[in-house]
Design a protein. Sequence first.
Length: 140
Amino acid sequence: MAAVPDFSAGAMENWGLIIYRESSFLYDPKVAKAEDRMRAASTIAHELAHQWFGDLVTPAWWNDLWLNEGFATYMEYLSLNHTEPSLKPLDVFGVNELQEAFSLDCLESSHPISVEVGNPDEINSIFDSISYSKGHLYSE
């Protein structure tokens, strides 16, 4: 694991190395709030889950991105529930993540959880709350 000050993504897992934006990975325990600890721990758990599902085991094409992100999100909250129970991560998921997924899912611009991706230019557009949060519901 490595922290990079101005890394463009919050984090990126690769087989054997996870790179984190410094602010998503590190915090000062003397002044950090519970949400700072939760953000760092959840980012680490999410990326570690991707080491297995997303890197070692990967769907054939991007149509099933929700499997990668949904499973990683599920494992993120499940592992946090065991390592940081005082932060009540499953309660936070229920309030924040689920609400975000539903608010996006009710828009006309919404899409099915499994999206037909015709070419690589379309890939970035499917990284959204439907893939992460709603995907988690199917993974659970």
